[in-house]
Unconditional design. Structure first.
Length: 238
């Protein structure tokens, strides 16, 4: 059974996450809806079918023109595909629970309770010649990609690899320890503002022009933040 916590404010959130600070094997994932399954996109309808590898190969052949430095193996290619929204058997996690919190409350309309899942995997994949992500043993494995993009580095990205892809971590404890921290819907907006105060926002988690634009649009919509932001901006002489 998944151990569950509830964090109604930042102090309670910090108290929960202190449990993980001495063990770097834990990784964290934010969900805007606590009821959402914990499985990769390739495991969900209509993506779960026997032709997953064929579709990946078709994507890979077309992706070459957009990737100036092709990855060295299928594992890195799969990570790139996941990074750009393709349906894969990978699920995104972070080594930092506050980054997971950001994803739980970012673009959240506050109509559902959000959550952060914390997973300590029992097994880790170490890619080597001849080991394909499409013929690994059944189970859930941790995979740590190389830093092929600034977002991967900033988000302390890790992946879980699910074999088969429809293996839902919420329904098994066989592959590691799992805990869930619920963020009540009436704390979602407050947590987003608190995370911004500590430097976790769209501009830092997505270190590019898209992230900067998204962050400043969010600030412009926050009555309590926008005037202070503009005053600070003028002092910097920008």
């Amino acid at each position: 059974m998944v151990e569950q916590h509830v964090a109604r404010n930042f102090a309670e959130l910090h108290q929960v996450f202190k449990r993980f600070e001495s063990d770097s094997k834990w990784m964290h994932r934010g969900h805007r809806d606590v009821s959402k399954v914990l499985m990769p996109k390739a495991g969900r309808s209509p993506f779960f079918h026997k032709h997953q590898e064929d579709f990946f190969r078709a994507w890979q052949r077309r992706a070459v023109e957009f990737v100036p430095n092709p990855p060295p193996d299928d594992w890195e290619w799969l990570a790139v595909a996941q990074h750009h929204g393709f349906s894969t058997k990978l699920l995104d996690w972070s080594g930092n629970p506050l980054i997971a919190c950001f994803f739980a409350v970012f673009r959240n309309d506050g109509t559902t309770d959000a959550c952060v899942h914390s997973f300590k995997p029992r097994y880790r994949i170490r890619p080597q010649p001849g080991l394909s992500p499409f013929n690994i043993e059944p189970g859930v494995w941790e995979y740590r990609p190389s830093a092929f993009s600034p977002r991967i580095s900033r988000q302390l990205a890790r992946f879980s690899v699910h074999q088969p892809a429809d293996l839902d971590l919420l329904h098994t404890t066989e592959f590691g320890a799992l805990e869930t921290t619920v963020i009540p819907r009436d704390y979602v907006d407050g947590l987003l503002t608190e995370l911004d105060h500590y430097g976790y926002n769209a501009a830092t988690v997505f270190p590019d022009l898209d992230g900067l634009s998204e962050h400043m649009i969010w600030i412009a919509g926050q009555r309590d933040l926008r005037q202070r932001f503009l005053e600070d901006d003028k002092e910097l002489g920008i």
